[in-house]
Unconditional design. Structure first.
Length: 113
């Protein structure tokens, strides 16, 4: 799982949409770095977090074990669907998806023909 698309699909499967801590990790080290932090349950170098946020890494790692992003993307392709990623603050969509301050939701949107 080294490409950004697969990393984002995996993050969508393990964390709740709009999670500020995950968005901060993605901003700090990119989706692949955030996924590695979850896999190792270690904060990315140079990033701080509250004890509650650090515990989320453990919860996400449990979900990571069951995540099958390649299979999810294959099912989508089988039905000629398209995956649309709205990755936090790094991409602005036409619909404003703001939660709280200036945080955009990170979510996966599936459309079928």
């Amino acid at each position: 799982m080294s490409d950004e698309r697969t990393a984002r699909a995996t993050l969508t499967a393990v964390a709740e949409p709009g999670d500020d801590f995950l968005n901060r990790m993605i901003d700090h080290c990119g989706p692949e770095g955030a996924l590695e932090a979850i896999r190792t349950t270690r904060l990315p170098q140079g990033m701080s977090a509250t004890p509650q946020e650090v515990r989320r890494l453990d919860n996400w790692r449990i979900r990571l074990i069951a995540a099958e992003p390649d299979q999810d993307m294959a099912v989508c392709a089988r039905f000629r669907g398209r995956l649309h990623y709205f990755p936090g603050r790094s991409l602005c969509c036409s619909r404003k998806c703001c939660v709280g301050r200036d945080t955009l939701l990170e979510f996966l949107w599936l459309t079928l023909p």
